[in-house]
Design a protein around this ligand. Structure first.
Ligand code: FES
Ligand code: FE2
Length: 484
């Protein structure tokens, strides 16, 4: 490790604040957060047991008795739906001698031989649960976590109180159609945690969207390297060079406390179009009827059918037939949205009404601290990402990507988590280009010649904000410090 790895709030200047970020101060930070075993240990103690974190979509546990496990670092949690439709969550551990109540193997055992196979386990799930019975000595628990059976309780001579023998409860709440948990009993509410970011995204009615596809992989980089690869459009010209033929990708970003947003921007402020901070915008080229279609189609088809919908792409395709030559970019966008909205309404997908100022503030994509990213639209949220550490290894992560979309009632596709090796066939050419950076960013940062990160203060604030907040939670470890 060179000198950079030692940079911290007490050694090289002061910690940065939200106000510093709004002023776009220039910062640097070292490799500690990505590869230090001590930092990983701090995450296990100070981060994952303290924060609100997304478990799954509510629709994955639709019925009473549906349950699943959620694992992060050393923690394993059982989340279930009760008879009254609410969720409960418990630590996945038997209070007797500490066996996992539900076994969560690393690999799926072969159903015939019970020997571990080659497929990693995403989560363990089931339905129609009435109770949980520990496989070691048979202690049993109801869906409220109460102990309902102990063999030979008289042997403890009255010491087995309900508090000593029940499951340990975990806080659970929902937002935007997601189930969230927080292991810390003293945590703030989820609403408070989501803050203004949650209020803005509420306008997009994520709770009414359903999975279109969902894939995951165990990837050879730290979880922060993985999420950072998707937090900023600054990498588009360098990584997804082919997209430059269709649009401009200059961007800005802004912190919202824990969370942060990125938006498209223009280098020349005089050329800025209103409400063009997200995916709804004209492309490059003389004729906005054609460039709008080409930009949205290229993104949709090469980012694994995300960042738009079939309805939006088809409505864009018709612009050239429905509008006269010489139409202005603003008229073109207005017509596009109106006809897509009507097409969707005809099939039973009613768009939410989003005030223009909210639309503009909502930007392109949200980094929900620390490990989620959501690119939202009026009828879709895609691509979305969630990453987690893979066990004890700072060099590996559990990487998940998925697409949500609004469907007519009952017409959503049936999906499940698919383990997908990072190939272009599995993920589409653009995500494959992102994968091609991640492993080598992680390797590159180990170089003794690396002087530390110097993220773009205008375009990469989501990355800076990730580390600023991590440092706040991890007693200053890895804190970004101001550059002179
Ligand atoms: S460890 Fe669960 S019953 Fe003994
Ligand atoms: Fe990318």
């Amino acid at each position: 490790m060179n000198e950079m790895s030692k940079i911290g709030p007490n050694e090289s200047g002061e910690n940065i604040t939200a106000e510093d970020m709004d002023r776009e101060v220039r910062v640097t930070y070292g490799r500690e957060a990505f590869m230090s075993p001590e930092y990983l240990d701090a995450e296990k103690r100070l981060l994952w047991p303290k924060i609100w974190q997304m478990v799954e979509r509510e629709t994955d546990l639709p019925n009473p008795g549906d349950w699943m496990t959620y694992d992060v670092a050393d923690e394993s949690v059982i989340v279930l739906r009760k008879d009254d439709g609410t969720f409960k969550a418990f630590h996945n551990v038997c209070p007797h001698r500490g066996r996992q109540l539900v076994s969560v193997p690393d690999m799926i055992p072969d159903p015939v031989t019970s020997v571990s196979g080659a497929k990693p386990v995403h989560s363990v799930r089931g339905n129609n649960r009435k109770n949980f019975i520990c496989g070691f000595h048979g202690w049993t628990f109801d869906l409220d976590g109460n102990n309902t059976y102990i063999l030979d309780p008289q042997d403890w001579h009255g010491s087995l109180t309900p508090e000593r023998t029940c499951l340990s409860e975990v806080k659970v709440d929902t937002w935007g159609g997601y189930i969230y948990i927080n292991i810390d009993p003293d945590a703030c509410s989820l609403k408070e945690w989501m803050g203004r970011a949650g209020e803005i995204l509420d306008h997009f009615e994520l709770d009414k969207m359903r999975y279109k596809w969902r894939q995951w992989a165990i990837y050879p980089c730290n979880w922060k390297v993985a999420i950072e690869a998707f937090l900023e459009p600054y990498h588009i010209p360098g990584t997804h060079t082919q997209l430059l033929a269709y649009g401009e990708y200059y961007s800005k970003s802004k912190q919202y406390g824990l969370h942060s947003v990125s938006s498209y921007d223009t280098r020349d402020a005089a050329l800025k179009m209103p409400e063009a901070s997200g995916t709804v915008r004209v492309g490059k080229g003389e004729d906005p009827r054609i460039s709008t279609y080409e930009l949205i189609r290229e993104n949709y088809e090469t980012v694994n059918f995300t960042a738009s919908t079939e309805t939006l792409v088809n409505a864009a395709k018709r612009l050239v037939d429905e509008l006269p030559e010489g139409v202005s970019p603003a008229e073109c966008i207005a017509h596009w949205l109106a006809s897509a909205k009507a097409d969707d309404a005809a099939r039973g997908v009613i768009w939410p009404e989003i005030p223009p100022e909210v639309q503009d503030e909502s930007g392109l994509a949200w980094g929900l601290w620390p490990n989620q990213n959501i690119l939202h639209g009026v009828t879709f949220a895609s691509p979305c990402y969630r990453v987690r550490p893979h066990g004890d290894d700072p060099n590996k992560c559990i990487f998940e990507a998925y697409a949500l979309e609004r469907y007519p009632e009952g017409e959503e596709p049936k999906t499940e988590w698919v383990y997908a090796e990072p190939t272009p066939e599995n993920w589409g050419p653009v995500l494959e280009q992102d994968f091609a950076n991640m492993e080598f960013v992680h390797k590159g940062m180990k170089s003794s010649g690396w002087r530390g990160a110097i993220p773009n203060p205008h375009q990469e604030q989501k990355v800076i904000n990730l580390h600023r907040n991590l440092a706040d939670w991890l007693e200053g470890r890895g804190a970004p410090v101001k550059l002179p």
